[in-house]
Design a protein around this ligand. Structure first.
Ligand SMILES: Nc1nc2c(ncn2[C@@H]2O[C@H](COP(=O)(O)OP(=O)(O)O)[C@@H](O)[C@H]2O)c(=O)[nH]1
Ligand SMILES: [Mg+2]
Length: 310
């Protein structure tokens, strides 16, 4: 647990420097709670990419709590702010697994956000939990994408179902499901292409893949995970809105949190798009993917794990 927490804190180092240090500055030094303080807090939230609406809502809730609890010292706000973040982020939303038969997870998102890497990390995670995983190379647009998934398959000791470059991703989905059946696998995780220049094609392709999956296994896919790159900030929010419309996204994987000072985007996604972050990526290694636990995230952000009240 300690190792995991240290890793999370390390992954959030840049965000902590940017946002938390600013908040610490605002809240220390016997400052009184006043209008200016609220405005500066709101600004710090917006600068960490929490989104304007979310920042305003959060500070609005803070005002109410200050009144209700009759607080006057800025220092008293730290704990309240952390609690409100946890409240905004809601309960942990675990990945939905099939009650019986293989769980099918479809992974979508634009090029470069970290889909293939995330799939390799997921394969490793679930294999370590004792599950038999099959990967499906559904990004058939480039041969390199298929090769890349195979490399991850080897690393995570997981079989990869593939066809040639240019093949129909729906056919790859079909093959992978048959393979899962015959090998009694617990899970199929499927990669997809992320080219966005043609929204209609992308939409059609994803719909077809989903149709094939649904036909083969009623109730599947059990998750459609949208991968978003945290370093792209507000752009990530726009992608979330688009894919929600096009692909019926059920959860978010937020990658590259280690590479950004704007980890507040986690709050923005929850607040503005109403989609739950289910996994976070905090590095390029196989173990650098974690289930997203709101309370841990808020704690790691504020770094004062030992002082948190539950
Ligand atoms: N620092 C960091 N890099 C990541 C993370 N996830 C993915 N990447 C890198 O992002 C780049 C693109 O990843 P890839 O999986 O090929 O993206 P795809 O095009 O969506 O499949 C690669 O260089 C990955 O190593 C992460 O959580 N942190
Ligand atoms: Mg890829």
């Amino acid at each position: 647990m300690a190792g995991f927490f240290a890793q999370l804190k390390q992954g959030l180092a840049k965000t902590r420097q940017n946002f938390v240090q600013k908040v610490e500055e605002l809240l220390t030094g016997h400052r009184k709670i006043d209008e200016e303080l609220y405005e500066e807090l709101e600004e710090a939230l917006i600068r960490s990419d929490a989104g304007v609406n979310t920042a305003m809502a959060l500070v609005g809730r803070l005002r109410k709590e200050v009144k209700a609890r009759k607080l006057s010292e800025a220092e008293e706000l730290r704990g309240v702010l952390q609690e409100l973040m946890v409240e905004l982020l809601g309960e942990e939303k675990p990945t939905n697994l099939a009650a019986e038969g293989p769980t099918i997870i479809l992974v979508v998102g634009v090029n470069g956000v970290g889909k293939t890497t995330t799939i390799g990390k997921l394969a490793n995670y679930y294999r370590q939990e004792g599950k038999k995983v099959i990967l499906a190379a559904g990004d058939t647009f480039r041969a390199a994408a298929i090769d890349q998934l195979e490399v991850w398959g080897q690393r995570a000791q997981t079989e990869v179902i593939k066809q040639r470059e240019g093949a129909d991703p729906a056919a790859v989905a079909f093959d992978a499901i048959q393979a899962a059946r015959s090998r009694q696998a617990d899970m199929v995780i499927m990669d997809t292409a992320g080219r966005l220049h043609n929204k209609v094609n992308l939409m059609e392709e994803l719909r077809k893949v989903k149709r094939v999956i649904e036909r083969e296994i009623p109730g599947a896919p059990h998750e459609v995970l949208l991968v978003l790159d945290a370093t792209t900030g507000q752009n990530a929010l726009q992608q979330a809105k688009l894919f929600q419309e096009v692909a019926g996204v059920t959860g978010i994987v937020l990658t590259k949190l280690d590479g950004t000072a704007k980890g507040g985007v986690v709050l923005g996604i929850q607040g503005e798009v109403k989609l739950s972050v289910k996994w976070i990526g905090v590095g390029e290694g196989m173990d650098d993917l974690r289930p997203f636990v709101p309370r841990d995230f808020a704690e790691a952000l504020f770094e004062r794990s030992e002082e948190v009240e539950t």
